[in-house]
Design a protein around this ligand. Sequence first.
Ligand code: TDX
Length: 334
Amino acid sequence: MKFLITGGLGFMGSNMIRYVLNTYQDCSILNLDKMTYAANPKNLKDVSNNSRYRFMKGDVADEDLIEKVFGEFDPDIVLNYAAESHVDRSIMDPKAFLVTAALGTYTLLEATRAYKTPRFIQISTDEVFGSIEQGSFTETSCFEPNSPYSAAKAGGDLLCRAYIKTYNLPIIVTHSCNFIGPYQYPEKVIPLFITNLLEGKKVPLYGDGKNVREWIYTEDHCRAIDALMQKGVVGEVYNIGTGQEIQNIDLTKKILTLLGKGEEMIEPVKDRPAHDRRYSIDSSKLRALGWKSEYSLDQALEKTIKWYQTHEDWWKPLKSGEYLEYYNTQYQRQ
Ligand code: TDX
């Protein structure tokens, strides 16, 4: 089985490539990644010499390249992980988000149509639904994106819907809750807070800290995508979640405790503009296929903290240069 995995040098793409290599002995993977700042060849150092794996640098929005990739590699399945993914960066500079998530998805869908690729799985987010005070989003909830990031992702997801309806393409769209796990770029809240604390720095908590997120461990998400590859119905949308919701302040306290730090390390900072109050998704449709998450949030936090504690060589270099410039500008917003 030939997998085209886009954005495979990023956090979730790289976790999935490792998962596919371990799970499918007969697989052949082409990883197509534009190599923007959050892509990191070190994420896949352990598999880079695997004969079933190949890397190509390239942009999913580059029509000529995509045409060539589909013509030559002829994938059996596309797993579209390619996206700029950090909400705060999308507030500062939206264009790159739109190019990859919307135009990039369009370009991949056109190639899927032209080459009659048997399966396309869109990896997307619960953020496209906006914020929900009570209850949970279902697969048919309205899209109400509030950040340039989520609007760009919504654009890609809506194109998937249109290509299902108009051209009958074999697409499955997924909306996931927030990810936790190894190899996540230290700008997202969990790796940022862990690495700041390991460096003896404070953690910048937005607003009143009462925003709620639902968390899934990387491995559980990989297994969910696998379940959809096996049993998902084409043309359908599936939410991927765990039901493990927590306010940011409580999540922060858990991280502080696990690292033996006190609450004086919390630095309340000005809120993110249009900061979604709560995400919560109903994943009963996916569970009906037999999938369930295996890691509790506490287990996921322990494993993730241990990984960052033992992989300083991975994250330390990332927290310098352009990153520091971004980080400082970000917190000078107020
Ligand atoms: O420094 C911070 N302080 C803080 O309080 C950062 C970076 C975040 N936060 C808050 C904002 C959110 O309520 O923590 C929560 C999580 O923030 P992020 O890690 O930036 O994630 P979020 O905004 O929830 O979006 C994420 O989930 C959906 C990912 O970034 C998206 O790529 C994914 O699609």
